[in-house]
Design a binder for this molecule. Sequence first.
Ligand code: ATP
Ligand code: MG
Length: 415
Amino acid sequence: MKQILAEIITIGDEILYGQTLDTNSHWISEALDRRGIKVLRKTTIGDQESEILTAFAEAESRVDLVLITGGLGPTNDDLTKPCLVKFFNTDLVLNEKALSDVAEFFARRGRELTQLNRNQALLPRNCVMIPNRHGTAPGMWFERDNTVFVSMPGVPHEMKHIMEESILPKISAHFKVPALIHKMVKTTGIGESFLADIIKEWEDALPKNIKLAYLPSPGEVKLRLTGLGNDKKALEEGIEREIASLQKLASEYIYGYNGDTLEKVIGELMRNQSKTMAVAESCTGGYLAHMITSVPGSSDYFLGGMVPYSNRMKTELLGIPEELIEEKGAVSEEVVKWMAESVRKKFSADIGLASSGIAGPGGGSAEKPVGTVWIACSCASHTQTKKLQLSLDRNINIKLSSISLLNLLRKQLIQ
Ligand code: ATP
Ligand code: MG
């Protein structure tokens, strides 16, 4: 089946000036993507006739479907309609339905219908009028040769209503749309290039209709599998098969799928195993507790935590001997291990987590440069520690340390 190609053109000087963020094309892209239509290009242009006409002509030469928003208002600076008339070499005629709609729109608000508003019912002769119950400018549907043009108002909620009520159903009826499926595989604990190495052969052997994308962000790499085909069920099965083979190669790093987050996955594991936890955070300063408690229902397994930031508080709250801190340093395997074990016991929890590191930008030394972090995960039978060498950026270090700790816990829980 041939893939349907689309282009989105958003019109308005205000977008180019940076006064308005183009949210329309973002919303439309997502709506089309969900229907298996490939958006080839997005263009933003100002309220300028030559630009508009050029954009229309170029889009017509490239794609099957052109979605246009903006510039349909009644004032002189709104040029989209006159441009459509020129582009299709047609003229404006009064559309009775559009006139009664706009008259009713003003009557409902107890306002007088001006000539400017009346003009909004003048539509290009070759279009199908698309009603707009939420504004005064109707949408318009054009067909020429093999390309469909749709023009909609720029006001985001009007555009969305018109899309959902009329345009999307019309698109589904007009085009034979293939099935498109995305599945996100979420990994942590491994960098993009190392992951790519591990799964190279699998990636190279993917069937032609399944594409892979790497989406890295601090602390994780998402793998997005996108399948395109005529048979939705076969496609779903194909993607599941590929994910099963991927699992064999990278199970250590895969923590979830689609909307899963590390903190959510850990929450489920903790709840299923009826375990409780407590945290002692030095360099993460509460960020770890924030991540854990951002999951609804975390009170089922999260007992609480402390932020013993200074050496004195590490001693007073957790009983870490002053001499140990002096000898090994607060950022050391020995101290972080003690922190995790001590907070576990103090809170009578099954698991204790702890962090101690140099978040930066100051405080680094040759031996322990900025980004040196020790983390620990303690349970009754043993305590696991890990040294991280992170970045120079304080916020990223805090975030990465917290994610690494959650991953250490995850591995402990699935053992
Ligand atoms: P109307 O019939 O209401 O005059 P219009 O088609 O003339 O609609 P515009 O004048 O271009 O639309 O824009 C109306 C409003 O919608 C403005 O506030 C504008 O900032 C906003 N808008 C226009 N285009 C976009 C876009 N692509 N994304 C988000 N907002 C937009
Ligand atoms: Mg306008």
